[in-house]
Ligand binder design. Structure first.
Ligand code: AP5
Ligand code: MG
Length: 193
């Protein structure tokens, strides 16, 4: 089993690259943002709890997302590996993920960290907001909140995995295909070991 965390700030291309990576490597894509948006669309109690926080660009509580990931891992016993997108986002989530994977006798193989300038992030998200229907893409103040949450609470996730030498920085600006190639090179070199 080979498990990957695709890490990076809002708008860095995690979702875009995840689509290509799951196709190329046969991984199960676990995006906590996508799962939360589907709970909102179904108006479940969990979705209703998450909506007001997501609309403001704030993180939802650790216990909520950790529970979602626990279920997703349990529901995919045959997976060749998982691609985590938008999770973990706090140190507590990182510790919980490692424990959940350890229970399944597996671990994170690599953390691929997309690096994109703040100006480019804001530009991409405002542009997507014109058509996405995502409430958190529609104004610059909310986008700034999302980036601030990332800086205040999520950058520690990279520090956490750096202590295990698992983090590789990838330039997240350029064409989608070039970025995909850079990600694939890192994955291939680890799979070959
Ligand atoms: P989530 O859904 O994870 O959103 P996010 O991290 O804010 O980022 P995005 O999904 O918007 O960006 P992305 O990096 O996937 O980039 P994308 O490929 O879409 O989280 C949403 C909310 O849910 C959070 O704010 C929080 O409230 C909650 N949440 C989720 N997970 C949580 C957790 N673990 N703990 C607590 N709360 C959680 O690309 C963005 C745009 O750029 C697209 O339009 C795309 O077409 C474009 N683009 C992509 N690549 C390129 C490129 N190379 N060049 C030009 N444009 C590009
Ligand atoms: Mg995304």
């Amino acid at each position: 089993m080979f498990n990957i965390i695709l890490f990076g700030p809002p708008g860095s291309g995690k979702g875009t690259q995840s689509e290509k990576l799951i196709e190329a490597y046969g991984l199960v894509h676990l995006s906590t943002g996508d799962i939360l948006r589907s709970e909102i669309a179904k108006a479940t109690p969990l979705g209703l709890e998450a909506k007001s926080l997501m609309d403001q660009g704030q993180l939802v509580p650790d216990a909520v997302v950790i529970g979602m990931i626990r279920s997703a891992l349990d529901n995919n016993p045959q997976a060749k590996g998982f691609l985590f997108d938008g999770f973990p986002r706090t140190e507590a989530q990182s510790v919980a993920l490692d424990a959940l994977l350890q229970q399944k006798n597996t671990e994170i193989g690599v953390v691929l960290a997309l690096e994109v300038s703040q100006d480019e992030l804001v530009k991409r998200l405002l542009n997507r907001g014109l058509t996405s229907g995502r409430s958190d893409d529609t104004n610059e103040a909310i986008i700034s909140n999302r980036i601030a949450e990332y800086q205040n609470k999520t950058t520690v996730v990279a520090n956490y995995y750096r202590q295990f030498n698992k983090v590789v920085a990838i330039k997240g600006e350029g064409t989608v295909n070039d970025i995909f190639s850079a990600l694939a090179t890192e994955i291939d070199s680890r799979l070959a070991k």
